[in-house]
Write a protein that binds this ligand. Structure first.
Ligand SMILES: [Zn+2]
Length: 154
């Protein structure tokens, strides 16, 4: 468990640092971050963010995936934190991230919400967050490569 904990905590620290300094986004570093093995409840599910954006839980199993995948997953969750802590601020327009002045929430599909998290992840990390297909896992986020999120992915 020490290897997993050290590896993931270090990577989350890097993601938070990049969001703060590269993306000027403060929310991820303020969220509670905990390791929780119960989060790995399906082959491609390694973590999640509370609906209020105040807490991120990640399975220790994530530490055994390639580093760029681990960073992609963590950056995606950090994107959810930023989005959820700023209701109404972010949306999509023509497939691109749009920043609104804060106001009423914009209607989005669950797919659009996931794409917003990926776009914010890219903004925070200064690099694209795409999806790659891993044996035994399926489609999963990866920093620096991959395709846009496949429709219908859960
Ligand atoms: Zn997500």
């Amino acid at each position: 468990m020490a290897y997993e904990s050290d590896t993931i905590q270090e990577a989350w620290g890097l993601v938070c640092w990049r969001f703060l300094h590269q993306g000027r986004m403060h929310s991820p570093s303020r969220a509670v971050f905990e390791l929780d093995g119960r989060m790995h409840d399906s082959p491609r599910h390694f973590g999640g963010c509370a609906l209020d954006g105040l807490e991120v839980r990640i399975s220790p199993a994530l530490a055994h995936l390639p580093r760029e995948v681990m960073l992609g997953v963590l950056a995606h969750e950090a994107g959810h934190v930023e989005d959820l802590r700023n209701p109404g601020l972010y949306g999509l327009s023509g497939g691109r991230l749009r920043v609104y002045s804060k106001g009423p929430q914009h209607r989005r599909t669950s797919h659009e919400t996931e794409v917003v998290a990926d776009k914010l992840a890219a903004l925070g990390m200064g690099d694209v967050v795409g999806y790659v297909k891993l044996d035994g896992v399926g489609w999963i986020q990866c920093l620096g490569e991959g395709i846009a999120r496949p429709k219908g992915l859960r």
